[in-house]
Design a protein around this ligand. Structure first.
Ligand code: GRF
Length: 188
């Protein structure tokens, strides 16, 4: 069983879904040690409390540099013997320190069919594109923005009468299946 930490900055619905899948026995390959967040008031913190998952809150503004922030996080991860990092809505580029410490062991989920629509507001980019399909991608993390090796994708329709919120919800539903299935396959 590999120890994993989940990183999130916002709502944390993917984080919650992964924890619930693990609780149901669908992810017997992992043990979730804790949630890491860079925002003390993010909703993912409340979810973690409800789910009784330990939370590590570290805000980069409290450190003199990104390297110092990441070195602190690495120390905490190593203390918990974390082997893999699962990014689930963590709104920060992973820097060289964390990348080196966890080379090939960081996963991310991005709400588009990469390589399309990297970066912020991928749902909005797809929504405004005129495309008929979009989806979600799980990939390894490298130093770029959503550029790492793609592991798996799922797709869904963009309907002509969709609101952006409806599209976002459809993509989220895909993610709740996609991310656990990749975690079960990739993390040993
Ligand atoms: C997801 O759509 C994920 O693809 C992206 O950020 C969103 C996080 O949503 N990286 P949530 O916080 O898990 O609800």
């Amino acid at each position: 069983m590999a120890k994993v930490a989940i990183f999130a900055s916002g709502s944390g619905s993917n984080f919650e879904n992964i924890v619930l899948c693990a609780d149901k026995g669908e992810l017997n390959n992992i043990e979730i040690t804790s949630l890491y967040t860079d925002h003390h008031d993010a909703y993912c913190v409340k979810r973690a409390e409800q789910l009784k998952v330990a939370v590590n809150i570290n805000e980069p503004k409290d450190f003199e540099s990104k390297a110092a922030y990441e070195q602190h996080v690495i120390k905490l991860l190593q203390r918990e013997e974390v082997e893999w990092i699962i990014l689930a809505g963590y709104m920060r580029l992973i820097g060289p320190d964390l990348l080196e410490a966890y080379e090939g062991k960081i996963l991310n989920i991005h709400p588009s069919l990469l390589p399309k629509y990297k970066g912020k507001d991928a749902i909005g980019q797809a929504f405004n594109s005129g495309d008929k399909i979009t989806g979600s991608t799980v990939h390894y993390v490298d130093s770029g923005m959503d550029t790492g090796e793609i592991i798996d994708q799922r797709q869904c329709d963009i309907k002509s009468d969709d609101t952006k919120e409806e599209l976002e919800e459809r993509v989220k539903q895909l993610e709740y299946e996609l991310y656990p299935s990749v975690i079960a396959k990739v993390i040993k």
